[in-house]
Design a protein around this ligand. Structure first.
Ligand SMILES: Nc1ncnc2c1ncn2[C@@H]1O[C@H](COP(=O)(O)OP(=O)(O)OP(=O)(O)O)[C@@H](O)[C@H]1O
Ligand SMILES: [Mg+2]
Length: 682
């Protein structure tokens, strides 16, 4: 039980009064200048701030397919504890950060619409969401602090505080040359990074009060600035500060005021003129997102008229509301789009201007199995769901997803499953890293088509709720869901494609059979003592063979020729060909020799290949004694049952099964052996 005083303590400790005070800082314009001197970074543009925000989480250099890339920790969602982490996509994300970098330096990207382009469910929205959350967090920290201002004015004998409706940078009130002189002083000390810039006119409301006050004080700017109250803000999507989202509704209902704000008719009566900025609502999405980021969902579904607003907003950093003055904005504009809309854009001459002002970044699906698995492990982590997920369940689903995304190689007879393994970092005979890089490059559309993670997520969820009697979900349940869903998958447009996807389910199933068979084999053969004995026996023979000596038979004490049949029966298990056996044996002896020099003993676990071979050999020797196939029949004698229980407990202990999934796995493997179609490849 929790007590009330504990709850009170929790509340006290989570509400941070110091932070509240800091975030609600207000001061005079003069005090703001002190802050600027102390921390010039508070003047950053939206692009600069977002760039620094991403960098603030650190990065590391990695190599993907022989290409050096920077991986930014930010996209692992450190703020959300990894809940929205992006896996893979290193190249895409590095490209995205480069875009912000170039915008930070003012190389032109800050005048472009960033267009995330990719198939459904490729994490476009997730990436944007991360950036929004990142900004919200960053502007609450000291290094990410951001400020705006209000006017303290008197109207009709009453003192009014009028906030700058666009949350503008306070320094923007200053005339151009004052800004330039201040900046040149500051920028002189910033040789190793981008320059700070303060561009654009103040918003119309501020211009209005400036003019009024300048008149009142006969042009004395210092007096005018005394009416400025600077305050710190924190960007917040919920509070509509610095973060906006725009989603096109149906075409007839699109109204540009949603983007650029609207006349406030109630106030219009009061102020009498449509062009009086005080009678204008700066509540369009562009207004709201000033200083931060605006996201356009399905941007290419926007009415053409809107796209022109978008062009002005990006290229000139200006928005032009109906019947109202142009307004300067400083914000990152990100849109996302799927393939069909993008293709329409490419085919539309009228849209050339738009195309020219966008920077397109492809956000493809993962092609690396390990990363795809991590997506589903995150969604279906065992701590979040009550049902047990049998080992390899998510792996098999992920495998199928990747297979649907792969294109056949141009040359050679590389199967899709082998291509998948190559991409996943496995080395295959005849393929170098250089080949893998070529494979990746030969088909630019690879990763832009296929099954989306969302489909997999939905079907795994279905499998989880489907059969209430089972304590676990196994790969077959998920594969069945995946298959059933194919019949009414709205994005599969041709029967050929449907058939192809179905065939790939069979490929994934076959691959699973291999995996689980190996695992059961290893569990059966996991008797340490026996492996060690077999290993010692093998090594004795190999030693004699390489040194052209005889072996002493343990039982008869007689000297005999090395047991070639025994050695080969082990080596064959891992495809050591007859022509390669001498090398293999010599290598092992050299290794053992080197160990001996250091005074160490050989252990079979030091050589995973040999270990695998020994396990397989043992499994083969024991298979019949355990009568695996009898598992599929209902009558099992006591002795067999005991052995089966040992194997099950090993599966549970070493491989993450539970009682039911271990039984399933054993039954499945038994059925394979009962059919007798055993592939003896590893
Ligand atoms: N590379 C990835 N890393 C982590 N999660 C991913 C990845 N790709 C997709 N996902 C997951 O897939 C789901 C769909 O992602 P999201 O909604 O961001 O896609 P989207 O590209 O915006 O799709 P749409 O085009 O349909 O709007 C999310 O749960 C997301 O976490
Ligand atoms: Mg989306």
């Amino acid at each position: 039980m929790v007590t009330k005083s504990e709850l009170v303590d929790v509340i006290k400790s989570t509400h941070n009064q110091d932070q509240f005070r800091e975030l609600n800082w207000t001061g005079s314009f003069g005090q703001y200048l002190d802050l600027v001197v102390e921390q010039p970074d508070i003047l950053r543009t939206a692009h600069q701030r977002i760039y620094d925000m991403i960098l603030s989480f650190g990065s590391e250099e990695i190599v993907v397919s022989k290409e050096k890339l920077t991986r930014y920790n930010f996209f692992s969602d450190p703020l959300g504890g990894g809940k929205e982490a992006i896996f893979g996509l290193e190249k895409t994300l590095a490209g995205l950060v480069d875009h912000f970098k170039s915008a930070a330096y003012g190389y032109g990207s800050e005048k472009r619409v960033l267009l995330l382009h990719g198939p459904v469910g490729s994490s476009k929205s997730t990436i944007v969401r991360l950036m929004k959350r990142g900004l919200e967090h960053y502007t609450r920290t000291t290094e990410g602090a951001i400020y705006t201002y209000s006017w303290r004015v008197e109207e009709d004998g009453k003192e009014l505080i009028v906030p700058c409706p666009m949350n503008d940078e306070p320094m923007r009130i200053l005339p151009y040359d004052a800004r330039q002189r201040i900046l040149s002083g500051i920028n002189a000390t910033r040789e190793d990074t981008y320059r700070l810039r303060i561009e654009g006119e103040p918003d119309p409301v501020s211009r209005y009060y400036m003019e009024q006050l300048l008149k009142q004080y006969d042009g004395d700017l210092n007096k005018v600035l005394e009416h400025v109250v600077v305050r710190r803000i924190a960007l917040s999507e919920r509070d509509r500060v610095g973060i906006g989202t725009f989603q096109p509704k149906d075409e007839k209902n699109q109204d540009s005021t949603e983007l650029t704000g609207d006349i406030n008719y109630r106030k219009l009566a009061e102020y009498g003129s449509e062009s009086d900025p005080r009678a204008f609502n700066f509540d369009g999405e562009f207004n709201v997102a000033n200083r931060g980021l605006i996201e356009f969902i399905e941007v290419l579904k926007l009415d053409v008229a809107f796209l022109y607003d978008l062009l002005g907003a990006s290229q000139e950093h200006n928005i032009k509301p109906k019947k109202f003055a142009q307004t300067y904005i400083d914000e990152v504009i990100i849109g996302h789009t799927n393939e069909p809309e993008y293709r329409k854009l490419m085919n539309n001459e009228l849209m050339e201007a738009f195309r020219d002002r966008t920077v397109k970044i492809d956000v493809p699906y993962n092609l690396r199995l390990d990363n795809e698995i991590r997506i589903y492990e995150k969604d279906f982590s065992q701590s979040r769901i009550s049902k047990h997920i049998a080992p390899h369940t998510l792996e098999v689903a992920a495998m199928w997803a990747i297979l649907t995304r792969l294109k056949p190689a141009r040359k050679g007879d590389l199967s899709l499953i082998d291509k998948l393994k190559l991409y996943n970092g496995k080395s295959l005979e005849r393929y170098t890293e250089e080949n893998v890089k070529e494979l990746r490059e030969e088909n630019a559309r690879e990763g832009l088509e296929g099954i989306s993670p969302r489909y997999i997520q939905d079907k795994v969820s279905n499998a989880l709720v489907r059969d209430y009697s089972a304590t676990c979900v196994n790969p077959f349940m998920v594969l069945n869901e995946l298959q059933d869903g194919l019949d009414h998958h709205s994005l599969i447009t041709s029967e050929d494609l449907r058939k192809h996807y179905r065939d790939l389910l069979a490929v994934a199933k076959e691959e699973y059979a291999e995996i689980v068979k190996n695992e059961v084999q290893r569990a059966i053969a996991a008797d340490e003592e026996q492996i060690q004995r077999l290993c010692a026996n093998y090594i004795d023979n190999v030693k004699a063979y390489t040194q052209k000596e005889k072996v002493r038979n343990q039982y008869t004490g007689q000297e005999e020729e090395p047991d070639e049949r025994l050695m080969r029966s082990i080596e064959e298990k891992i495809d050591v060909r007859d022509s390669a056996k001498d090398d293999f044996r010599r290598e092992i002896m050299n290794y053992i020799g080197a160990l001996a020099v250091e005074g160490k003993n050989f252990d079979y676990r030091m050589n995973p290949r040999l270990q695998r071979a020994l396990e397989k050999k043992l499994f083969e020797d024991q298979k019949d004694s355990i009568k695996l196939t009898s598992l599929v029949s209902s009558v099992v004698d006591r002795e067999t049952q005991e052995k089966i229980d040992v194997i099950k407990s090993r599966l549970i202990k070493n491989y993450g099964y539970n009682e039911e999934s271990a039984t399933d796995a054993l039954n499945f493997v038994a059925s394979i052996f009962a059919r007798g179609d055993v592939k003896s490849k590893s």
